[in-house]
Design a protein around this ligand. Structure first.
Ligand code: NAD
Ligand code: MG
Length: 400
């Protein structure tokens, strides 16, 4: 490919964002950075702007924007600094942009990712919460605009690689019988529910195989991440929850598999390094160097598989049931989980309380059909309020 592509990295200062810039830096002849966006991490964003000299940099708070503008001016870097939520959407949908990496964490990433999808970009989707919250609307937007949606989540990227080229619509037409979604089991694999009551945020964030942001690390420890990924896979591959089998595979070497009716099972293997799926998304349909260590199967030596323990880790079933219920149920699941994870990380909620909060909110909330984006955003807000009320009772204080 001869022409350079302009890339916006939403959430550039996070784990996926920095890995994306690592890969981009390997291929300066192919990619130029159009915009870098972040929430509050202004020092990291400054360093990235000095290296990549994007046209635009975005932070949420005006005072952070003033600081960054000043620093860049002093350094003689000609990057336009914008602030506020809308600026992320504009950076994702600007007509100059070819590729958008959607790597903001949580519900905050929905609108910018959707803006990229609506404006027909190549969307590299790491922000799984966007699909969990509004899968139907998101997929419709991709269809309508002609955007190219490439999954970056390692499991979905693996499935994408194991499915036929240009697959569209239901899996049965390709002879697919099952998607095998692998899970590491997280840092507490094998622990009983009672022992999990006293684990700390640092223990929960110490993932055995992957280095990730704190929210997804906690989700991995509760298995909610696998639940969110199950929902994500349903939307991406037009699958039902019954067509997806979660397989705990502690080595995280097989990133997921696709089973076919003739008995074949195709798998994608690699070292647990997100730069592989990021490079796949950036280069597709070509393959790019990602500077990832070659997989040494003799060192790996063995691959183990076991079923998930849904008794000790109830979040996976909560997610599967929410997808089955449909409508706004997955939005409610996602919002209550975000509030619960923040309460665990910052306000002393027990680890096992996360599943309790989500279950209580799903129990109490009324679910409606999703007809437009407003319905999704209202359900998100409503579930957050219910979760906060539940937490106020449980912890004896308000958290937000
Ligand atoms: P992270 O916490 O390391 O980074 C999050 C990024 O989002 C940061 O740049 C932060 O500044 C930005 N951000 C946070 N809140 C924001 C807001 N309100 N507005 C705008 N920007 C905001 O997270 P991460 O681990 O890089 O994960 C990013 C996304 O990718 C998540 O949805 C996660 O589930 C998904 N994902 C991550 C991994 C991984 O290995 N880290 C793997 C698969 C999927
Ligand atoms: Mg994943």
């Amino acid at each position: 490919m001869s022409t350079q592509q302009w890339v916006t990295v939403l959430g550039s200062t996070g784990s996926i964002g920095t890995s994306t810039l690592d890969v981009i830096a390997l291929h300066p002849e192919r990619f130029r950075v159009f915009a870098l966006t972040a929430h509050r991490s202004r020092e990291t964003l400054l360093a990235q702007c000095l290296t990549f000299q994007p046209r635009i940099a975005v932070l949420n708070a005006a005072e952070d924007g003033d600081w960054l503008r000043n620093e860049l001016q002093t350094a003689g870097v000609d990057t336009l600094v914008e602030t506020g939520i809308e600026a992320h959407n504009a950076a994702a949908s600007d007509p100059c942009v070819d590729v958008v990496m959607a790597a903001i964490v949580g519900a905050a990433g929905l609108l910018p990712a959707l803006a990229a999808a609506q404006s027909g970009k190549r969307v590299l989707l790491a922000n799984k919460e966007a699909l969990v919250m509004s899968g139907a609307l998101f997929m419709q937007a991709v269809e309508k605009s002609g955007a190219t949606l490439l999954p970056i989540d390692s499991e979905h990227n693996a499935m994408f690689q194991c499915l036929p080229n240009q697959h569209r619509g239901g899996l049965a037409q390709y002879g697919v019988t099952q998607l095998l979604l692998t899970a590491s089991g997280g840092p507490f694999r094998g622990w009983q529910h009672d022992a999990l009551g006293s684990v700390t945020p640092d223990q929960a964030c110490a993932h055995p195989n992957w280095s990730m942001g704190r929210k997804i690390s906690v989700d991995s420890a509760t298995l909610m991440n696998k639940g969110l990924e199950l929902i994500e896979a349903c939307w991406l591959f037009d699958a039902t929850p019954q067509q997806i089998c979660v397989v705990v595979h502690p080595q995280s070497v097989i990133h997921s598999m696709v089973a076919y009716q003739d008995g074949s099972v195709l798998a994608q293997l690699g070292n647990p390094d997100m730069r592989t799926s990021i490079a796949y998304g950036l280069g597709w349909p070509e393959r790019l160097d990602a500077n990832v260590q070659v997989l040494d199967l003799f060192q790996v030596a063995r691959l183990d598989f076991e079923p998930p323990d849904e008794g000790s880790f109830p979040c996976l079933k909560l997610a599967r049931d929410a997808m089955q219920a449909g409508g706004t149920a997955p939005t409610i699941l996602n919002a209550s989980n975000e509030v619960a994870v923040a309460a665990f990380l910052e306000h002393g909620l027990a680890f096992t309380g996360i599943g309790d909060v989500v279950a209580a909110v799903l129990d109490q909330a009324s679910v409606s059909d999703v007809d437009c984006l407003e319905t999704v955003l209202e359900a998100d807000l409503y579930a957050r309020k219910l979760a906060q009320q539940y937490l106020a009772q449980r912890l004896g204080k308000w958290v937000c």
